[in-house]
Design a binder for this molecule. Structure first.
Ligand SMILES: C[S@@+](CC[C@H](N)C(=O)[O-])C[C@H]1O[C@@H](n2cnc3c(N)ncnc32)[C@H](O)[C@@H]1O
Length: 254
């Protein structure tokens, strides 16, 4: 338990530092390049480059600079007006701001993050973007502070790999989704041939590499949490045998 708490604290400290680097414009980890999530990975593999120019144009500069993801879950989830969305590990708020626009101003986009500095940055970015239907919650993705069956779509961008209890996260996604709801996530995923030790050789835990699930582990975890239509699709390689991936699944209707 102590090791788990220590690892989560290490993650929190790392991303607090990233948020401060954007807020203070100190050019630290992730600032400008957006590549904080993976130590040494190319800018094209992580961060703002994964959003098209039109989407970047909709956002305040600080929200774009704070982008630390490994995909574009708002595109994966194909959001529609009238849906309630939850972004797990919302960071500087980029995907919440984009989601809030897609679902329409009378519907809500929630962001959940455990790091105070990220929450402050996200709230500032949302205000600058003129977003009125985004709510940023403090909490952990292993214990989501929302009622059961309260959201239509769960998104997340390069966060589940950082969790110290992935089955709890997948269980929480199933709990908060309405029947028939869906999940559309971007994450780092390992090829099945890589053992946990081999993954750890390729990058750090806080850098989104060592904690990544394999494709099979993701598929099995989602199935065990009761999801159907599970798809894990690699999109771009971020290290040898490790990929940015799109993860999709749906909660059965009945
Ligand atoms: C790699 S960044 C991604 C941020 C954002 N999704 C993006 O695409 O820019 C990871 C974020 O997840 C948050 N995070 C990591 N583990 C978490 C957990 N267990 N519970 C809540 N937030 C967590 C961090 O504070 C950080 O803001």
């Amino acid at each position: 338990m102590q090791a788990t708490d220590d690892l989560r604290e290490e993650v929190r400290e790392r991303y607090a530092r990233s948020a401060r680097a954007v807020t203070d414009q100190t050019g630290g980890c992730g600032c400008g390049s957006g590549s904080c999530c993976a130590d040494g990975a190319s800018d094209a593999a992580f961060g703002e480059a994964l959003y098209d120019a039109e989407q970047r144009g909709e956002l305040p500069d600080a929200a774009v600079l704070a982008s630390l993801g490994c995909g574009n879950p708002t595109a994966v989830a194909d959001l529609h007006e009238g849906e309630t969305v939850l972004d797990l590990g919302s960071g500087g708020g980029i995907d919440v701001i984009l989601s809030a626009r897609r679902v329409g101003s009378t519907w809500l986009a929630y962001g959940l993050d455990m790091t105070d500095e990220m929450l402050a940055l996200a709230r500032k970015n949302a205000a600058e973007a003129g977003t009125t239907n985004a709510i940023f919650l403090k909490g952990i993705i292993e214990d989501v502070p929302l009622p059961a069956e309260s959201v239509d779509v769960v998104i997340s961008n390069c966060v589940i790999n950082l969790s110290t209890d992935k089955s709890a996260v997948l269980g929480e996604i199933a709990r908060v989704l309405k029947p028939g709801g869906r999940v559309g996530v971007s994450d780092v995923v390992a090829e099945n041939r890589l053992s946990p030790a081999a993954r750890a050789e390729r990058g750090s835990y806080v850098g989104c590499i060592a904690g990544a699930l394999s494709k099979r582990e993701y598929e099995d975890g989602l199935a065990a949490a009761g999801f159907e239509g599970v798809e894990v699709t690699f999109t771009h390689e971020v290290a040898d045998g490790m990929h940015g991936a799109i993860v999709k699944a749906a909660r059965p209707v009945g």
